[in-house]
Design a protein around this ligand. Structure first.
Ligand code: GLN
Length: 312
């Protein structure tokens, strides 16, 4: 809930306070190494950006350092897929939390190749297939879209990250081939994986990511350029999925502690929103055992605790 006192809070002081209190958490957690290139990062880094629908912006720490957005980008591909497939998509991917790790294969066999939700890897690969099967230039269109919503024309894929993901992405390749065997992947598997690894390898900073999520805090319309990227109904659905599935099998704990719909990535970023008010991105590469940034989740918990605002 948002009250007017909270809106006029001294945001920069609150964010600075969080930046101080978060220090003990910055060396905790483990940097992801199953994609070798992800290890090339300073574990203790911490950045935070808060951007408001009304145009105000506040940042702290390493907020202008680029990092690998990884699964945060599943929100961008799902936004693209919504525009192509609308409700057809839900015949091929579910809407329930998985309760399993984000890259699990087990559930997929029991459920006949239909992934639980669009934010686990299998679901995002089906979403990737929808984009690849429908867009003229799938990856370029998505990069242009991300540049537009973040207001940063220089956003690009980190090629080393892309190649690292491609060379070591055997589990994702297995998921894609497995789903193809059930008829749930239409396009060529390699083209689908190239698109998926491509958007996961986007390199952005906290400010870019926070701004790119602002349309989700504003019923699908970006307040900075007035473009409608999702209908109000689609934005509601996206935010509901973010709350229930956006932080993998820790989504319940994240909702309990933070109280915001959010999406994390194994690069250590987490983006979250408060509808009608703001979006936030935090980044710190040390992850908890579920693959979510440890200091990042703590910083968001501190944010909603100190300000008294959340979606509830
Ligand atoms: N590219 C990563 C993968 O496929 C994304 C995972 C994540 O951020 N959770 O494993």
């Amino acid at each position: 809930m948002v009250d007017s006192m909270a809106i006029d809070a001294d945001w920069q002081s609150i964010i600075n306070e969080i930046g101080q209190e978060i220090q003990p958490y910055q060396s905790a957690g483990k940097v992801a190494d199953y994609i070798p290139e992800l290890e090339n990062v300073k574990k203790e880094a911490f950045g935070m950006s808060v951007v408001f629908i009304d145009g105000r912006e506040f940042s702290f720490g390493d907020s202008d350092v680029n990092f690998s957005v990884q699964s945060i980008s599943k929100v961008y591909s799902l936004t693209k897929a919504f525009s192509f497939l609308k409700d057809e998509l839900w015949k091929r991917v579910g809407k329930e939390p998985s309760g399993n790790p984000f890259n699990s294969l087990i559930q997929l066999e029991h459920e006949n190749g239909k992934p639980r939700n669009p934010f686990i890897n299998a679901g995002a690969i089906v979403v990737a297939d929808c984009v690849v099967s429908n867009a003229n230039q799938p990856l370029n269109d998505t990069i242009d879209f991300v540049r537009e919503i973040s207001g940063n024309k220089n956003i690009a894929i980190n090629e080393d990250m892309f190649l690292s993901e491609k060379h070591f992405g055997h589990r994702n390749a297995a998921l894609a081939h497995f789903m193809k065997s059930y008829g749930n992947i239409e396009s060529d598997v390699e083209a689908v994986l190239n698109y998926y690894f491509g958007h996961c390898s986007l390199s952005m900073n906290c400010r870019d990511v926070a701004q790119s999520f602002l349309f989700l805090a504003n019923h699908g319309r970006h307040p900075y350029n007035n473009q409608e990227y999702l209908t109000a109904s689609q934005a509601k659905r996206m935010n509901s999925l973010l709350l229930t599935c956006g932080t993998y099998d820790a989504a319940g704990d994240f909702a309990f502690r933070v109280g915001m719909p959010g999406k994390s990535g194994v690069g250590g970023g987490i983006a979250a929103i408060i509808p009608g008010l703001l979006s936030i991105c935090v980044w710190s590469p040390g992850l908890d055992k579920y693959g979510n940034s440890l200091a990042g989740a703590k910083a968001l918990e501190l944010f909603t605790t100190k300000t008294g605002i959340s979606i509830f």
